[in-house]
Design a protein around this ligand. Structure first.
Ligand code: G3I
Length: 359
């Protein structure tokens, strides 16, 4: 009969609490050893006000992306007024803790400032776009690792040739607004990597295939036109309900095609919706972790993938709490740390996927 003590010692680290967790290296170290970044979206003012959250953020991440404060509505609330206080706080947090900072996002159709609709015309739209980018991307010139210059510009369902989404910028300037934005970003911060970021590219199904094709066409076109483009961000908001539609080889093929364009790749907003799983925490954590590992193992086979960021770090603070609440009311568990900052099986799945990449 196995003695209780030796039985416990033989349990995998997945038990994940107390001394075993303490001995594990933080994800930032695992990533650094593989020449990569691990990071997460940070919520302000929580990072300023919740000391425990801040401590865990600094411990686990060597990269940070502001979840909301660089969106136009927050950073540029009136035509002549910019608000940099939240970003200044996050930037000094990064500096203090030796973390790289990503910028998210200069051009997006959501969270645009209310003034935009009132003021923008076909005649002044290009100037407004370039002024916004010059001012925001110029603020930390030389200090930002990379910018999501344009976010979510493709939506094939809109039925526009080329798969472009009918955003306010598209309506005013046509698809050229994307090139204008990247050129303005390069001028504003020549050292920052310039990234196109999008979602809905994760599965081996018709929806992802059509979007992948349109995104690749966009990226290829930008390369041909010599638009300053350095990277591609795939958001990877995953859902266990779609697990069976995920095929590692399909993801590798798509990311391989992006890499062949000479672009760096970022997994920018990873999280896993757990609504399709039972309430039981162990089973749920296992299902979520399994998807993290399957996805990341495939993605990290593509050497151009240089950073993995989750969209939030702890289940305590996640945008999905509102959007994908569980019918029972049980808290959702989509992120690497639980609400009490314990490392979950998903945390270990990320660590294993990065370690599995080889030195
Ligand atoms: O801060 C205000 C608060 O003052 C106000 O009282 C409250 C009332 O609704 O709203 C608060 O702002 C909310 C903000 O999140 C901060 O919590 C906004 O309404 C809400 O729309 C905003 O949602 C964000 C969403 O983008 C839209 O910008 C989510 O936090 C954020 O996680 C989400 O992130 C996006 C990425 O940028 C792009 N990819 C998809 C991803 C998930 O949707």
């Amino acid at each position: 009969m196995i003695e209780r003590r030796s039985f416990l010692a033989a349990l995998p680290a997945a038990a994940g609490i107390g001394a075993a967790a303490q001995a594990e290296r933080p994800l930032r170290e695992v990533a650094a050893q593989r020449g990569m970044w691990f990071g997460a979206a940070a919520s302000w003012p929580l990072l300023r006000d919740d000391e425990v959250y801040a401590r865990h953020f600094a411990a686990e991440c060597n990269m940070l992306v502001p979840e909301n404060v660089l969106k136009m509505q927050v950073v540029h609330p009136e035509p002549e007024r910019y608000v940099f206080i939240p970003w200044d706080f996050l930037a000094s947090f990064c500096q203090k803790h030796g973390m790289k900072m990503r910028g998210h996002t200069l051009v997006w159709h959501q969270q645009m400032a209310p003034w935009f609709q009132r003021v923008a015309t076909r005649e002044n739209a290009r100037r407004l776009l370039e002024e916004h980018i010059r001012t925001v991307a110029g603020h930390y010139r030389g200090k930002i690792e990379s910018w999501d210059v344009v976010n979510e510009a493709i939506d094939v369902k809109d039925g526009v040739a080329g798969g472009y989404r009918k955003t306010p910028w598209f309506e005013l300037l046509g698809s050229e607004y994307i090139d204008f934005a990247f050129r303005a970003a390069r001028e504003a911060d020549p050292e920052a990597g310039l990234v196109y970021n999008d979602y809905g590219l994760d599965y081996a199904d018709e929806g992802s295939a059509a979007k992948q094709e349109a995104v690749l066409r966009l990226l290829r076109g930008m390369r041909e036109r010599k638009v300053p483009l350095d990277g591609f961000g795939t958001q990877a908001h995953l859902n266990v309900a779609s697990r069976e539609k995920f095929r590692p080889e399909a993801l590798r093929k798509f990311l391989g095609e992006v890499a062949a364009l000479g672009l760096k790749i970022y997994v920018t907003e990873l999280d896993v919706i757990d609504q399709a799983l039972p309430d039981d925490v162990e089973a749920r954590d296992h299902g979520v972790a399994e998807f993290y590992e399957a996805y990341l193992s495939a993605a990290l086979d593509v050497k151009a993938v240089t950073a993995v960021l989750t969209w939030g770090l702890t289940d305590r603070y996640t945008w999905l709490a509102r959007r994908n609440a569980r019918p029972s009311g049980a808290p959702i568990r989509p992120l690497p740390l639980d609400r009490e900052y314990q490392r979950k099986p998903a945390w270990r799945a990320i660590a294993r996927a990065m370690e599995g990449r080889g030195a």
